[in-house]
Design a protein around this ligand. Sequence first.
Ligand SMILES: [Zn+2]
Ligand SMILES: [Zn+2]
Length: 251
Amino acid sequence: MLAQLLAVPATPLALFVFLTISGLLLYFGLSGLSYLVFFVLGRARFHPTYVSDWSANRRAMRLGAIGTFGNVVLVMPIHLLIAHGKSKVYWNVSDHGVPYLLASIAIYLAFTETCIYWIHRFLHTDLGYRTLHRHHHEWRSTSSWVSMAFHPLDSFMQALPHHAIGFLLPIHGAVYLTMVSFVSVWAVMIHDRVSFVRARWLNNTGHHTLHHWLYRYNYGQYFTWWDRAMGTWRDPAAAEQNGEVPEGLLR
Ligand SMILES: [Zn+2]
Ligand SMILES: [Zn+2]
């Protein structure tokens, strides 16, 4: 859709080139900036015990690039369908009105939150973990480079609800673009191990850092509702107090 706004021709080749370049720029740009700020320039303040491991970082970058590339291939049919007007994405707010626009944002968040919680639970079953998700969990202590280091099918499954909703109910184009872009920013934020917001209802960085360390808790996307309802929520502060995580892991 961004391709449409930028007048990229809706052909498979043009879309493929555009999505690959923008995906790689997004991954290396955002993760690189985050790594530079929190793990290099601000290391003394944010991660004083961090020892840079370039072999681990290189593996994360390689998987991040492969994941991005594979994802572009997998989402191509969806982007082509959107580019050819087959989705329910609309551009004039007046088509459905402001109350609908606000309601659709709430439904969007509830729908993606629910789908992603359960997809993530599946990814932690023996089958999902062994075949796909173990790649992302290679890094028990994360850095910014892990943000998009997934098997392509893993990240595609977790991105699918964001694309599917545009075919299920009318979604304003700006809402769709904002949500799809923000989820990439969020992925970087929850892997840098620096929590600026520690609200318990938000699946913040501390929650996801704990997810990587203990595996069995905090599967949500943005919120902890489903984790609390299903008994998979774990408070990072409590885990730290109990000595279940190494010193300096959570910031
Ligand atoms: Zn996981
Ligand atoms: Zn992660």
